[in-house]
Design a binder for this molecule. Sequence first.
Ligand SMILES: C[S@@+](CC[C@H](N)C(=O)[O-])C[C@H]1O[C@@H](n2cnc3c(N)ncnc32)[C@H](O)[C@@H]1O
Length: 172
Amino acid sequence: VKRASTAEKVELKPIGLVETRATRDEVRNRSTTSRLILREDFTEALQGIDDFSHLFVVFWMHEVSSRERKTVKVHPRGRADMPLTGVFATRTQLRPNPIGLTLVELLDVKDHVLTVRGLDAFDGTPILDIKPFDPSDTAREVRVPEWWTRLERERSKKHQGSKYTPIVRGTA
Ligand SMILES: C[S@@+](CC[C@H](N)C(=O)[O-])C[C@H]1O[C@@H](n2cnc3c(N)ncnc32)[C@H](O)[C@@H]1O
């Protein structure tokens, strides 16, 4: 068995790039349609993906600076009224390895280009991986912090009657 060391670097090469005309606000709200422009040599690697309705997209939030990557605690969503929380207990982009993981709806596949809804990645973001959503990834009796419930309640109030529909609804 070859054990890795945390001192070793892990090298990744993007499989493609995100293309979107959405504004930064629209990206944050996940009310966006984006195109995942994969490398052409991965066209065959997409065979069968259109049988899935949802995908996980793993991406590299490349605009996070090396200083921001040293962040240890944040106020969720940058809100001073939320408790100071360890970065690994939040979904902040300010983390040692700024990897994004987002569940999206697959709208269309054409050659090496996927069209998806709900991706919170800026235009030009490198894509590291794509995995189909497996319904068994769903958890039952989910527990979340009080701050999360507060934020979600605010969000659903704000978006009542609007086009915004979260892909996955919280259970809390
Ligand atoms: C809070 S992160 C969460 C990403 C993903 N949903 C997750 O849970 O891993 C998403 C935010 O990161 C920021 N972001 C998106 N793409 C980025 C990029 N390429 N570089 C830096 N920040 C980015 C945007 O502000 C976006 O709203």
